[in-house]
Design a protein around this ligand. Structure first.
Ligand code: PMP
Length: 469
């Protein structure tokens, strides 16, 4: 923050540096280069962010669904500082071990919602999902099934942006211009109640989704499919929980065809749904699990791939065929990340934050439904515990979507930001998402919901004024 001879840069100067030199992810690049950032954040405490102008905002998204214990937790900051002083780095190649990653591995295996055997650490959800694909391939190569390599993900699933995980992600906007997905990836139907499931009972909808998966497997050939990857609740694709009975119907199909189930717990893991893992909430029994975000509440980049004993035994046998396991990152098992994760998990326990996510989450769901349930441009209010979304539609009865060019959700998010609340537009679902820190206060939820309700009213008023509805 201090440059140029000790001169403290003000918000305008910082914004100008950012406009000229920063290359932002998921941003309209030319617009940013023209207009710069809407604000420059300089601090955070609990669920509140502060910008360089001293204005505060409720962060109704916990960053990107990740700052679960809230900003400014000194317990984690101290654990990170202590670790940096004691052992700033240690790799994990060639059997090398350090204390904190060893402790964290054991703790995660103990916490896992279904029996898991080992955990491999990475740096992000994306690289962890790439690792899962490599593990599923390696598994089948060890088993002498070289053709069993395709991966089935779902439309609107979000699994990352790397060259493999970006293709697993079932959002066309992330494929366009990048030559994705790679050819071994397929997508099954998304379990959207408002669209694919419109007018169906839960049982009918589950049957439709299971039939879609069966048909996909039959078309491709089960002996060409290695794994199926799914979030317990799809997050960035629209906050989509499957209908009751979905995984109970899907899993026997996967088992029958010897297809591994990978649970992507990057958002749901560590309490967001009011239980420690989304797999428990949704009745998933995965062979492999991906964790990130809430593992450290984003105080340090850290992800993990957990594998069951069934998978591990085969991977371990691979040595006799392929030599020592040839995969891993410089920063795999980073001791500072592990120290941050251990301190974060301590906080979840000592402050009973998972139960809090359930309680405060029930309040948030109630408030969202009260504010948006009968709004003229809202098609659905959905979610559970501390994850929710509101989807905008042009016609509630149809339902009929808005013309994407109207950018309804991004406009609502912008109008809410003007009112001091940070949410997130999920443009492909014309939805706004809510995923606040578990420590958010009820009064802050009220402030966020009211700002968003006013913002939606403003945009609805503009659409009517312009004769667009
Ligand atoms: N999986 C899920 C379910 C996610 O929500 C995300 C990030 N939004 C990822 C994977 C990718 O994680 P990262 O951005 O850390 O690569």
């Amino acid at each position: 923050m201090l440059t140029n001879g000790g001169h403290r840069l003000d918000g305008g100067e910082l914004a100008e540096l950012d406009r000229r030199f920063a290359f932002h992810p998921f941003t309209a690049l030319a617009d940013h280069e023209r207009n710069g950032p809407p604000m420059v954040v300089t601090g955070g405490k609990g669920a509140i962010l502060t910008d360089a102008a001293g204005r505060d905002y409720v962060d109704a998204m916990a960053g990107l669904w990740c700052v679960n214990v809230g900003y400014g937790r000194t317990e984690i900051a101290d654990a990170i500082a202590d670790q940096a002083r004691t052992l700033s780095y240690c790799h994990a190649f060639s059997s090398m071990a350090s204390d904190k990653p060893a402790m964290l591995s054991a703790r995660l295996i103990e916490m896992a919602p279904v029996p898991m055997s080992k955990v491999f650490f990475g740096n992000s959800g994306s690289d962890a999902n790439d690792t899962q694909v490599k593990l599923a391939w390696y598994y089948n190569n060890v088993l002498g099934r070289p053709a069993k390599k395709k991966i089935i993900a779902r439309e609107r699933g979000y699994h990352g942006v790397t060259i493999v995980s970006g293709g697993l992600t079932g959002l066309p906007g992330l494929h366009a211009g990048f030559d994705l997905p790679l050819p071994f990836i397929r997508h099954a139907m998304a379990p959207r109640r408002l669209w694919e499931g419109h007018g169906l009972s839960d049982a009918e909808f589950v049957a439709k989704l299971a039939d879609d998966l069966e048909a996909l497997i039959a078309r491709e050939g089960a002996d060409t499919i290695a794994a199926f990857i799914a979030e317990p609740v799809q997050g960035a694709g629209g906050v989509i929980a499957p209908p009751e009975g979905y995984f109970a119907a899907i899993q026997p199909i996967l088992e029958k065809h010897d297809i591994l189930l990978i649970a992507d717990e990057v958002i749901c893991g560590f309490g967001r749904l009011g239980q420690m893992f989304g797999s428990s909430v949704m009745g998933m029994k995965p062979d492999m699990m991906t964790v990130a975000k809430g593992l450290t509440s984003a105080y340090f980049p850290l992800s993990g791939c957990m594998v069951s004993e069934k998978v591990w035994r085969v991977l371990a046998e691979g040595g006799s065929k392929f030599g020592p396991f040839g995969h891993g990152y410089t920063y795999s098992s980073h001791p500072i990340g592990a120290a941050a994760a251990l301190a974060n998990l301590d906080l979840l326990e000592s402050d009973a934050l998972v139960a809090r996510a359930g309680e405060v989450g029930a309040y948030m769901q109630e408030r969202l439904r009260a504010a948006f349930g009968d709004h003229p441009m809202v098609g659905e209010v959905r979610g559970q515990a501390l994850i929710g979304a509101v989807e905008f539609v042009a016609d509630r009865a149809g339902p009929a979507a808005f013309d994407p060019a109207l950018k309804v959700a991004p406009r609502v998010v912008k109008a809410a930001l003007d009112r001091g609340v940070i949410g997130r537009a999920l443009p492909s679902a014309d939805s706004i998402a809510f995923s606040p820190p578990f420590v958010i206060e009820r009064a802050e939820i009220d402030r966020a919901v009211e700002a968003f309700r006013d913002a939606a009213d403003q945009v609805w008023g503009e659409l009517k004024r312009d004769g667009l509805v």
